[in-house]
Ligand binder design. Structure first.
Ligand SMILES: Nc1nc2c(ncn2[C@@H]2O[C@H](COP(=O)(O)OP(=O)(O)OP(=O)(O)O)[C@@H](O)[C@H]2O)c(=O)[nH]1
Ligand SMILES: [Mg+2]
Length: 351
């Protein structure tokens, strides 16, 4: 699962990504898209690690793409921005990093920047539809075995164009399974899940902004001071706790942010435990036990018998596996069981 980090030049994308990946920040101002792996913090996993004391503790991760900064100041930079936007059509999540800190006497205009970015995403989708319409017009004019399908798609694409021009969300006109199939490979940006991050100043890290006139209120919006989070990420564990206590923070904003990206991607964790490792496995909400087994190994899926399952809450309450079993809380689940967030699973299989 890939999350693309977008924002105007210098909005703090690379600083934020350094903070959530634990790597060193370097201001290369890279012209290339860079891939950064962010670990997904989960207190439950850390608790399991303390209980089982295995050799390794393996967190879930998100693949993040650090994009070069966008600029919409003239035709040249706008064209470059459009090319970059076309490069993220295969990402599953868009993270919009909005500059909300003043710098070198220049006042930030976070709401204007957000609004500009949303407009550019819409225009990029409009361009995509128009290119598709032109192509279909030529194809559908020639008799072929696909002609009927091409004509039907042309009609649908014209409807999509009208929707964008009316500034309505695309998903209002995508209804049937067929229509979903048509739009899937095109990768419309405005159909992707999104998370908005306001990169705030050190003096007001938790400052919030009224986005109600610009974006749909179901989009998660978070305030993070990337600079502070980066400083925290570079400390050792003990100093980290002390630093956060001084600032009155219960949890770092970066952690909260990564978790909202994770849930915006529709992901939850199940866990495996043992002497070797405790591990969080990312699965989409609604995944069956059989498919969850397949995430670990195709053999486990092929030879699936049953999944011994304990919920994290039960393990925490009763203290260890034996006590959970004695309380009758260990379950044997079959192939079709829908795995729940925090399930601890041990697959029985036979190959
Ligand atoms: N005061 C303040 N400065 C920040 C913050 N976040 C980033 N900066 C500074 O802003 C400058 C740009 O930060 P980057 O993280 O490189 O921004 P970027 O979005 O990756 O920049 P481009 O890749 O060039 O678009 C750096 O000098 C950072 O130190 C913040 O929260 N507060
Ligand atoms: Mg950068």
């Amino acid at each position: 699962m890939k999350a693309a980090f977008l924002g105007i030049i210098g909005s703090g994308k690379s600083t934020l990504l350094a903070a959530i990946s634990g790597r060193q920040y370097s201001n290369t101002g890279a012209a290339q898209i860079e891939e950064v792996i962010a670990q997904v913090p989960d207190d439950r996993l850390d608790w399991l690690y303390n209980l089982y004391k295995p050799k390794k503790n393996v967190r879930a991760t998100i693949d993040c793409l650090d994009l070069p900064g966008l600029s919409f100041s003239d035709d040249h930079t706008r064209a470059a921005a459009r090319r970059l936007l076309n490069n993220v059509r295969t990402s599953e999540l868009l993270v919009l990093v909005i500059k909300a800190f003043d710098q070198a006497g220049i006042k930030a205009e976070p709401l204007k920047d957000l609004s500009d970015l949303m407009t550019e995403l819409l225009l990029a989708d409009l361009e995509l539809v128009e290119t598709r319409i032109e192509k279909l017009k030529i194809q559908a004019a020639k008799p072929s075995k696909d002609q009927a399908r091409q004509k039907a798609e042309l009609e649908f694409q014209l409807k999509l164009r009208q929707t964008i021009e009316d500034e309505k969300p695309l998903n209002t006109v995508i209804k049937t399974a067929e229509e979903i199939e048509i739009v899937k490979p095109l990768g419309f940006l405005t159909l992707k899940p999104m998370v908005i991050v306001f990169n705030t100043s050190e003096s007001e890290p938790a400052k919030t902004f009224d986005t109600s006139k610009i974006i749909n209120q179901i989009i998660p919006v978070i305030s993070v001071c990337a600079e502070i989070e980066y400083e925290i990420s570079q400390l050792d564990a003990a100093s980290k706790l002390e630093f956060m206590k001084d600032l009155g923070m219960a949890e770092s904003a970066a952690h909260k942010f990564v978790r909202s990206c994770y849930s915006a991607l529709g992901l939850i964790n199940f866990f495996t435990v043992g002497d070797d490792e405790t591990r969080a496995w990312p699965i989409l909400v609604g995944t069956t036990a059989l498919d969850a087994a397949g995430k670990i190994h195709s053999d486990i899926k092929r030879g699936f018998i049953r999944a011994e399952t304990i919920s994290f809450a039960d393990l925490k309450q009763f203290g260890d596996e034996k006590a959970v079993k004695a309380a009758g809380k260990t379950r044997l689940e079959g192939k079709g069981y829908i795995v729940q967030d925090g399930d601890i699973m041990n697959f029985r299989f036979n190959v």
